[in-house]
Ligand binder design. Structure first.
Ligand SMILES: Cc1cc2nc3c(=O)[nH]c(=O)nc-3n(C[C@H](O)[C@H](O)[C@H](O)COP(=O)(O)O)c2cc1C
Length: 217
């Protein structure tokens, strides 16, 4: 099934939400336009994510459309850490739409959404909402999920709907070798040069975390 599912295509977005003074942001691949009149879009959020509870409470969110130049640090900060554990906006400046939802200043554009429907689909809740404001920020090439995986060598955490555990054969093949894993985003180092021989300033290609956070697994 996974082989077939891997052929589905997506874009990548940062979902920002604010409610009662609390704000948060996470990375999603599940924003799609599903209606033209009125213009409605979706976001499927894991029930385990902080953003899920905030969107449920707020009834609104903003979608920042990412482009190919998006800094990998954004994925580490917003897509692999939870707002339950840390303030994702520490030393980080965001814009704010008319409904106080935070958005990424470096996005191509922003869609501000008011939730109209919620559907329990299992591990995730599907939020559907009407677009009430659109902000154009810059021109560029939208980031696709395929580009993120194949060119940026990005991975996804467990709460992403597209997450699948590593195949059993992979685990067996590497079980006798030393492997190093990024403690921030879970990226597993697999280059030909042994990890021990990488440069001191080596950074995680997914989230830009420093070499020191890699742990032997
Ligand atoms: C490429 C990518 C795609 C993702 N897509 C989704 C998604 O569509 N829905 C979702 O709930 N989480 C998705 N995630 C995972 C969340 O961004 C991640 O669990 C985040 O830490 C949640 O933060 P929060 O707990 O502060 O809301 C994705 C992550 C990445 C890196």
């Amino acid at each position: 099934m996974r082989e077939v599912l891997n052929n589905l295509t997506y874009g990548l977005y940062a979902l920002g939400v604010e409610t009662g003074g609390k704000k948060n942001m996470c990375i999603i691949n599940t924003a799609i336009q599903v209606s033209s009149e009125p213009v409605k879009i979706t976001a499927a959020l894991s029930k385990k994510n902080f953003s899920h509870d905030l969107v449920k409470e707020a009834g609104k969110f903003a979608i920042s459309i990412l482009d190919q130049e998006t800094d990998k640090e954004i994925f580490g900060r917003m897509g692999f850490a939870s707002g339950k554990d840390k303030d994702k906006f520490e030393n980080f400046t965001c814009g704010e739409d008319d409904n106080k939802n935070p958005y990424l200043n470096e996005a191509l554009g922003v869609l501000s959404v008011k939730v109209t429907d919620m559907l329990d689909v299992g591990s995730h809740t599907l939020f559907v909402g009407e677009v009430v404001q659109a902000i154009a920020l810059k021109e560029g090439t939208p980031l696709t999920y395929t580009y993120y995986k194949q060119v940026k060598r990005g991975t996804v955490p467990k709460n992403a709907p597209t997450y699948a555990p590593p195949a059993q054969e992979e685990k067996v093949a590497t079980s006798t070798e030393k492997e190093y894993k990024c403690a921030v985003c879970g990226f597993v180092y697999k280059d030909d040069v042994p990890f021990e021989q990488t440069a001191k300033d080596y950074k995680c290609p997914v989230c830009s975390a420093p070499r020191e956070v890699f742990k032997e697994v």
